[in-house]
Ligand binder design. Structure first.
Ligand code: PLP
Length: 454
């Protein structure tokens, strides 16, 4: 089928996510047809190659078309591709769960499976609420969530979301939450500077707890980075102090590691940087290195045991599951992924790459429209502003992100800036030379769209 026909059929039959479909009338907004991927590169139908600077929606960690993962999919498909996970089980899920719990090596010991990040969050919210009910606290039915947060697109996940553009229209359908300030260091909600930050923004959470803790089941956070909110980064100490607040006011800490988990921050899970353990952890994306949809919600003995009892009327059972819960093909990949990451000695492997990124980010700092440059492990972000002194952001209509995206494509990288933020979330296998190349492309694209010297 020729390219024109493929695009015509795409436009005719497919309703795309996060997309105003009418905008596709403009040819520059049309999707690019990807034919194949290899390592950090994606290749389109015309043979153009692009660095996948966004790891294909932040999922890919080991590069595209990894031979070991490809082989495992084939091997597992020949054995059993799928089996009902009620009353039946299989080796990949057992081995993976055991290995993951051993790697975490703390009191998170029970793994519940679903198949994407949003549902991992739904599971966490339902689990937290039912836990409170089972403990005799049915009045604890609200959650605290942070401004600028994103936890997925199903209704529970949207309820705890904090990005108006995505979430506002659904408000009448959502359950009530209490929103706390976002720990947005560059635009500090309590007027502090990054250098002197003493995590004062956490007072917003404590104030809510002082008044409402008897009605609160838990708080949900994106650890260290509010990703879809614009790669907003904050100190690990925030989580350390938050854990203490959760204990003091007897609420659960739900840690949404969907984007950060599986070494994105340099450690298996981001909470490790804070030296604390959450009550519930959600993870997805990198769990299968980006090859299969899979997610987990992991919890403690304390929560698991609250459900574990004689249950004549069924009210202590956790009623949740999906057709693809613990999908064997995905689990075989997830297990292989853990083995590969361990063999790579991934924490050490990532260190020079993290350093290379921070060295290369320096060049952005002097640009007249760069307000903030931030990095957490393998995540880097450059926030663009109209004016460095006032921090005035570009408006949506300025379309800066799209212009940079289009320049990036011409130069051979998929950048996809978010809001006013250029970011890099690459596969871990990117080399130091490729980091130089990618950041160079982004810098060139930035200067094309917003020339530094006029
Ligand atoms: C922190 C966080 N939670 C949840 C989700 C939702 O995951 P999914 O898109 O797999 O449903 C995302 C997606 O980007 C995310 O970044």
């Amino acid at each position: 089928m020729d390219k024109k026909q493929l695009i015509d059929d795409d436009l005719k039959y497919i309703w795309r996510p996060f997309t105003q479909m009418k905008s596709l009338e403009d040819a520059s907004n049309r999707p690019i047809i990807i034919k194949r991927g290899k390592g950090i590169y994606l290749e389109d139908i015309d043979g153009n190659k692009y660095i996948d600077a966004v790891s294909s929606w932040w999922v890919n960690t080991l590069g595209h078309s990894n031979p070991r993962i490809n082989k495992v999919i084939y091997k597992q498909a020949k054995k059993i591709e799928h089996v009902i996970f009620a009353g039946f089980t299989h080796e990949p899920v057992i081995k993976f769960s055991k290995k993951l719990v051993e790697m975490m090596n703390n009191n998170l010991k029970h793994v519940f499976f679903s198949d994407n990040g949003s549902t991992a969050v739904e599971v966490a919210l339902k689990m937290a609420y039912q836990y409170q009910v089972l403990k005799g606290h049915s009045e604890k039915r609200k959650f605290i969530a942070l401004k600028n947060s994103y936890h997925g697109d199903t209704l529970g996940a949207v309820s705890v979301g904090g990005i108006d553009m995505y979430h506002k229209v659904y408000k009448p359908l959502l359950f009530e939450i209490i929103q706390a300030e976002s720990p947005y260091c560059y635009r500090c909600p309590v007027g502090c500077a990054k250098e002197t930050c003493n995590i004062d923004c956490l007072s917003s959470v404590e104030n809510i707890l002082k008044e409402h803790s008897k009605n609160i089941a838990g708080i949900i956070i994106e650890p260290l980075v509010q990703a879809a909110g614009g790669m907003i980064m904050y100190k690990a100490e925030y989580i350390t102090k938050l854990r203490k607040l959760c204990d003091k006011y007897n609420i659960l800490l739900i840690d949404d590691e969907v984007a950060m988990g599986f070494y994105r921050t340099g450690k298996l899970f981001a909470y490790e940087h804070a030296g604390v353990v959450p009550d519930i952890v959600c993870a997805a994306k990198g769990i299968t290195a980006g090859y299969m949809p899979l997610s987990v919600t992991i919890t403690t003995d304390e929560i698991f045991n609250a459900f574990y009892d004689e249950d004549k009327d069924g009210y202590k059972t956790f009623y949740h599951g999906h057709s693809y819960t613990a999908y064997p093909l995905a689990l075989a990949v997830a297990l292989e992924n853990l083995k590969i990451l361990q063999e790579m000695n991934i924490e050490e492997y990532l260190k020079p790459k993290i350093n290379k990124f921070s060295e290369q980010l320096e060049k952005f700092k002097k640009h007249k429209n760069v307000g903030d440059v931030r990095q957490t492990g393998m995540i880097c972000a450059v926030e663009l502003v109209k004016d460095k002194n006032t921090k005035e952001p570009f408006s949506y209509e300025d379309g800066i992100g799209k212009k940079i995206y289009l320049e990036g494509l011409k130069l051979g990288a998929i950048l996809r800036p978010m809001w006013n933020c250029i970011y890099f979330i690459t596969p871990y296998i990117i080399t130091e030379n490729e980091i130089e190349k990618l950041t160079g492309i982004a810098f060139q694209a930035l200067n094309k769209v917003l020339p530094d010297k006029e």
